[in-house]
Structures are given as structure tokens and as C-alpha cells.
Design a protein around this ligand. Sequence first.
Ligand code: HEM
Length: 460
Amino acid sequence: MADGAVDHPFRPVTPTRRSGKPVSIPRFLWIAWREPLNMWSERHFAEPILFGRSALGYAINVSDPAGIRYVLLENAKNYDKGELQRRVLGPMLADGLLLVEGDDWKRARRIMAPLFTPARTATSAARMREVCEARVSHWLDGRTAGIINIDREMTGLTFEIISATMFSDMLGGEAAQFERALTGFLDTAARIDPLDVLDAPRWLPRLGQIAGGGMARFFETRVAQLVRDRRALIDGGAPAPDDLLSALITAQDVDGGGALSEREVAANILTFILAGHETTARTLGWTLHLLSHDLAAQQRVQAEADVFDLADPNWAEAMPWTRAVIEESMRLFPPAPSLTRRARADDVICGQAIPAGTAVLITPYVVHRHKLLWDDPDAFKPERFLQGNREKIDRFAYIPFSQGPRICIGAAFAMQEAMIALAEVVKRYRVDPPGEAEPMPSHRITLRARHGIRLRVTKR
Ligand code: HEM
């Protein structure tokens, strides 16, 4: 047994998997709309690739690490993100870094990369900690124990961190409004609409977009205001805060690509708010849920948190269990559960010929629980990610942040933030299950808990 392993690891509940029998297209689309996690059958978790043709066109599911490496890295130029992702995320984000392609993407990534270097990321650690401390220390308001809505708290916390570090607090105080709008957006507009999959004309109103329209307007208005305020500050001659917002507004691309357009600035603000806080919030929620069911792991993380000291430049290396627990949590509950690509030209993936236009699905949720890649895939075993074991994991079998040129620009920022936030929580509190039904994962662009995550929190 590996160092730190326990005899009876916790196995969180998982949605039932289809048997693999073919289903009709209307039924499949209904499943995709209701709960995309139910699209995966036992075969998906057992086969390296699955290729097929339906009335909707060709599709290949790639879970073989060599195939994932090929699509995301070696021949990445043949795979773009395709229309579906743009449609699901809607016009608000279409011109942001997450969704643009080709030269527009190269230019935007070049402009934003300096904000995410390891040195730059490290400078935000102290501010992250301050925000965590201020928020988490008030959880129980003098009580010694209580039930906390962890998902809501984590959304508020990561929103405040992104607001403090990327927008110099210009969004401060609006976490609750943003959270409401974002949850509404993810629950309604940002869904896989059968009409989109069928490529129905744009003038046909989509169910979710009707419901999500109000939320979209809230974001648009608020972001326009944010840009106006910052521009006024810069134009007035005040020193512009050295943050993402200023970088977006004042960007002059060194390679001559020019500045970002108004649309690009707005789309990137929303992209960073959405990509930069929702994913980390879900990571923290699932991690605390898992720890509430594994007291031994919780105690190891507490022991590290008790001596956590940001003044030590090697603080992160001194917290191997904290990192391992977060990594294992993102294996079981990848915050971005699926990556979709479209083949631009005919190609061959893992020996399978695919025609141009094939939809390529790389699904971290499936890959991370794949029977050929993991021992006891559905069990929570953080020791997989401790030194000695971690090195044996294929870089393309564990892809919470994706890989290749489109790898998450905020991966290091997110890991730093998650480690600091987790330490600040477990240093103060013990977490236990609240005595309710266990949270069930649900794919809403990010991997959320269907009814949220609540935990019993006790002052240590
Ligand atoms: C645990 C937290 C996070 C996870 C799991 C995560 C995951 C991912 C994944 C899987 C992608 C690739 C998507 C694709 O190729 O289809 C991505 C891209 C991206 N992420 Fe993250 N992310 C996290 C946190 C963050 C943070 C904190 C930021 C910003 C502050 C951020 C900003 C972005 C952006 C802008 C992209 C697009 C990059 C590009 O295409 O060049 N993410 N993220």
C-alpha cells in the first residue's frame, strides 16, 4: 500500500452510467440537455477511443493519453474549438481568450501571459490570504458549530479574490449579485441546447437563452461600467492600477498585432471573471466535501495548515498533502469536465481515421475515472499525487487544466489560491458531512453539485 493510503477509501456517489445500448437521437439530446454526465456509458470508461457516426455527424471520444497528447499538443493546429462551445457560452464570451482562435488568440495570449508568470502569481499570494482570512473567520459568528453553504461561500470567496487581484477591488461588494447572475447564467443560458447541436438557425430562440437573457444583460451593463470607470481614471492622469483590467485596456501588442477592441476587452473581462473564479470555487467545494468524509486526510491537511507561513518562500513545497488533496479532488470532480474540439482536416487519431468536421471529445471527467488509467478510479486516494506516485501519472491522463498551447493560463494562480484558501479553512475549522444526501455532480459547463454543497463546520 502506498504511503498514507487507507484501507477503506471514501467513494463519492456518482451518476449512474448508461449500459452502452444505443439510444435515439431525440432521447440523446434530451439527456444532454438534462444532465450531460448521463451521456457517458460504461464503455466510455473502459475503451481508449470510441468513434461513431450518427445523424449529427462523426464524433470521436478520446481517452487514450497518446491520443489526447496528439489532439491537444502534437497536431493542435488541426483542432479548433468549434461552434458548439461558442454557442453554449454565448456571444458574451465569444471574443475572449477562452474562445478565440488563430492570430486573434495568439495576440490576446501574448498580451495576457505576463500577468500569469510564476513570479507575478506569487506576488498575489499575500492578498489572497488576506481575503480568505477576512471572509472565513466570520463563518460561525461566535458559534462553535453550524451548517455552512460551502458552495455559496466559495463562490463569494473566489470572486473576491479575482476582484482584489485582477481588478484591484473595482468589483468589490458585488459578489452576491454576480453570484446570482452567474448561477442563473450557468443554469439556463449556458446549456447544451438541442437546437445548437442540430445546428438549427440562430433566429430560432433557444430555451436557455430566453431564460438567461436577463443575466446576460446584467453582465454586459456591469462590464461596460467597469471599463468606463477605469478609462476615466487612466484618462484623468491617475496612475493606473497594475492589474488585468489596465493591461486589457492599455495593451499594445509587442508583436505589432495592435490593441484589443472594445468587444475583446469586454469579452475578456467576463472570461476572466467566469473562468477565473467559478472553477476554483467548485474545486474548493468538492475538496472540502471529500475531506469531510476522510478524517485522516483532513488531519494531514490541518497539520500543514497549522504551520502554513507565507513568509517562507517555499511554503507550497511544505504542503504536499494540501496539494495532493486538491489534485485528487480535481481528478474525481474536474471543474471543467469536458473539452470539445473539431477536426479542421482529415486526420488519424490512435489509428482511427477521422474526416474533417469530426467532433473530438476529450472529457476529463471520463479520462480521470478511466479503468485503463487508474487503479480504483472512483475512490478518493490523495496519496496518488504524493511524491513517488505523482511522477507515474501520464501528463495526458490527468488534464484538469487541459494541455498544449490552450492550457489554462490561470493554472498556477488557481493552485496557489486553492492551497491558501483550503489552509485558511482547515486551520480554523473541522468539516463534517451535514447528515443530508451526498451531493451529486452535475455538468453545467463547470462541474457543480446539483443541490450545492453544505457542510457541518466546527471551530477547532
Ligand atoms: C481550478 C481552477 C481552474 C480550472 C480547473 C481551469 C480549467 C481550464 C481548462 C480545462 C481550460 C482549457 C479549456 C479548453 O481548452 O477548452 C482553461 C482555460 C482557461 N482558463 Fe482556466 N481553469 C481554472 C482556473 C482559472 C483561473 C484562476 C483563471 C484566470 C485567473 C483561468 C483562466 C482561463 C483562461 C483565460 C483560459 C483560456 C486560455 C486559452 O485558451 O489561451 N482559469 N481553464
